[in-house]
Design a protein around this ligand. Structure first.
Ligand SMILES: Nc1nc2c(ncn2[C@@H]2O[C@H](COP(=O)(O)OP(=O)(O)OP(=O)(O)O)[C@@H](O)[C@H]2O)c(=O)[nH]1
Ligand SMILES: [Mg+2]
Length: 162
């Protein structure tokens, strides 16, 4: 399956790709410039992953990297509640692109190893996930640091096929 990983800067997209790619958690990751491409084998499935940069100047590129993928993964820092409005805006903006019609969406509320993280229920409300129509949508709370819930995330991705 081919997937694209998007979301605001410092939400943990590159950490996600590093952890599922090599099992390596590291505190020291540099902000992504433009994008990274990585192929990850997980048992019988090969994931082709576009890890796209989240800083404002790169967000206009998200659509290009999401075009034609089997799933979009949108990563949110579930502790950084001040950024939920921006995350919601960028997510709905992206999903409104005609090229992304029907593409399955996985929202990850990352950093749940930290205190006061938003729950899945909070994220569904804050990001208005209930308003999304015409595509499968899932939302999980997880942590790249503790690897909590990464098993169900990988299962979800494996089900996107190929
Ligand atoms: N506590 C904690 N920190 C995390 C977790 N995931 C990522 N981080 C930290 O969050 C910071 C940003 O992580 P990145 O993976 O670089 O974030 P990004 O979304 O790729 O950022 P851009 O490439 O700039 O868009 C780093 O300091 C990570 O160590 C997590 O699950 N828990
Ligand atoms: Mg990155």
């Amino acid at each position: 399956a081919e997937i694209s990983v998007v979301g605001l800067q410092a939400s943990g997209k590159t950490s996600f790709v590093n952890v599922i790619g090599s099992g390596q958690w590291s505190e020291d990751v540099v902000p992504t410039v433009a994008f990274n491409y990585r192929k990850v084998r997980k048992g019988a499935v090969t994931l082709k992953i576009w890890d796209v940069a989240g800083q404002p100047k790169f967000r206009s590129m998200w659509e290009r990297y999401c075009n034609g993928v089997d799933a979009v993964v949108f990563v949110v820092d579930s502790v950084d509640q001040d950024k939920f409005d921006t995350a919601r805006f960028e997510l709905h903006q992206l999903l409104s692109q005609p090229s992304l019609k029907g593409v399955p969406l996985l929202v990850l509320g990352n950093k749940n190893d930290l205190p006061n993280h938003a729950s899945v229920k909070d994220l569904i409300r804050e990001l208005e996930l209930g308003k999304i129509q015409g595509r499968p949508v899932s939302c999980y709370s997880c942590s790249m640091k503790s690897q909590h819930n990464l098993d169900i995330v990988l299962r979800w991705l494996a089900e996107r096929g190929h």
